[in-house]
Design a protein around this ligand. Structure first.
Ligand code: NAD
Ligand code: ZN
Ligand code: ZN
Length: 396
């Protein structure tokens, strides 16, 4: 079969690889019909290269048709249409039972690994071949795959694998009061969807912050009050602008949908052109040890949120020694929640919104549909934010 493989920094290629097979009684194999490209793939493309092995198959946002199931997958049959969550969870351990599928104790990766195994996400997360491929082996298929009805296009359901539960959890963790205010930093697929979820869940005002014009426009068209980072001389000005809109306090909650330096040269260039995405200079020994833009969005989030407010971090932070401004967090009495989305925790709730009325606008959410064989170009376009690319779906 054909699959998107990682070969080196900013080098992905579509290669011929062996077809996956059932290995465990709880496995299924699906024929992939759509597979998303995610900001998390950009971490692999650009940043997490030390953890990659050339030939690793990428992708964690697939859906498709069940081809084959193992003997211990009672609820799936060949021909079923399913969306596959990005994390692999067992459904019967303490963590899964607590709705914390990303901490699944059965699939947890030991050694240098961390939480539950993930599709297409380096040896840190189990080195499981990913779903940007024609076929995918799905471990723990008695629990993970979400059955969806025939009829509507893939675009209706495919975001259940990641974008929707991630945005959903971001908003749940933000704890926005009914009618309250929330600012979303970063309007990539995750931030854009988080704005939409906040709106349908009853936020009074949603502020969206980014520096890519098409992304700002997209959010504005759906009623988000947008702020272009390029039009502020400093982060202070941005904070003041949002305070002006919120009785001088700042928003009740801030969602950081940026995360750590995933954006490579495109963002670096905008910074050189004067974009105010560097919140503050670190001083003293910190300044020598850490580059200042490393936690740009996090620092901005901490400064933006009102006293006593909530920060919901959905962007991925991977630093082992990142400095946290503890005095500010403590003094402002900020609550923080974070982590990968627990897909099965939210998927049934989300499904009730995936209707013909399409309140979240999922059916027009993708900006690009490309054949799997165009993956190298799709990665480059998405990373560089060219051609209005926000969400790219690949079709094997
Ligand atoms: P993306 O890279 O397309 O979006 C990030 C956006 O942030 C871009 O539009 C960029 O212009 C903007 N940006 C960069 N610096 C900024 C700053 N300082 N302030 C405001 N905006 C800034 O990626 P995405 O697919 O939307 O994913 C966003 C983040 O969420 C990534 O870190 C990704 O790894 C993470 N993610 C987490 C989960 C989870 O389970 N928690 C799941 C999926 C993705
Ligand atoms: Zn993803
Ligand atoms: Zn489990």
């Amino acid at each position: 079969m054909k699959a998107v493989t990682w070969q080196g920094k900013r080098d992905v290629r579509v290669e011929e690889v062996p077809d996956p097979k059932i290995q465990e009684p709880t496995d299924a194999v699906i024929r992939v019909t759509s597979s998303g490209l995610c900001g998390s793939d950009l971490h692999l493309y650009e940043v997490l290269t030390p953890f990659m092995t050339p030939g690793d198959i990428l992708g964690h946002e697939p859906m498709g048709i069940v081809e084959e199931v193992g003997p211990e997958v009672p609820d799936l049959r060949p021909g079923d249409r399913v969306v596959v969550p990005f994390q692999i969870a067992c459904g019967h351990c303490y963590m899964c039972g607590s709705g914390l599928q990303t901490q699944c104790e059965t699939t947890q990766v030991t050694g240098e690994g961390m939480g539950a195994a993930l599709f297409g996400y380096t040896r840190l997360y189990g080195a499981v071949p990913g779903g940007q491929a024609e076929y995918l082996r799905v471990p723990q298929a008695h629990y993970g795959p979400i059955k969806v009805p025939e009829g509507p296009p893939d675009d209706r359901f495919v975001y259940l694998s990641d974008v929707l539960p991630t945005a959903w959890q971001a908003v749940a963790y933000a704890g926005v009061p009914q009618g309250g205010t929330v600012a979303v930093l970063g309007l990539g697929p995750i931030g854009d969807m988080a704005c939409r979820v906040a709106q349908v869940k009853g936020a009074g005002r949603v502020f969206g912050i980014d520096l890519v014009p098409e992304r700002l426009r997209r959010a504005r068209e759906r009623g988000v009050e947008t702020y272009d980072l390029r039009s502020f001389d400093s982060e202070k000005e941005l904070v003041a602008a949002l305070q002006d809109e919120t009785d001088g306090r700042g928003p009740d909650a801030v969602i950081d949908a940026v995360g750590t330096e995933a954006h490579g040269s495109a963002i670096a260039k905008l910074v050189q052109q004067g974009a105010a995405i560097m919140p503050r200079k670190l001083s003293g020994p910190m300044a020598e040890r850490f580059s200042v833009d490393r936690l740009a969005a996090l620092y901005t989030a901490i400064d933006l949120v009102r006293r006593g407010g909530t920060l919901s971090l959905v962007g991925v932070y991977g630093g082992m020694a990142d400095p946290m401004p503890m005095l500010t967090l403590f003094d402002k009495q900020i609550q923080m929640r974070m982590g990968q989305a627990n897909v099965r925790r939210w998927s049934d709730d989300i499904l009730t919104y995936l209707t013909d009325e399409d309140p979240l606008g999922v059916q027009d959410f993708a900006t690009h549909h490309v054949p799997l064989t165009d993956a190298p170009h799709a990665y480059e376009m998405f990373q560089k934010k060219q051609d209005g690319a926000v969400k790219v779906l690949m079709r094997p």
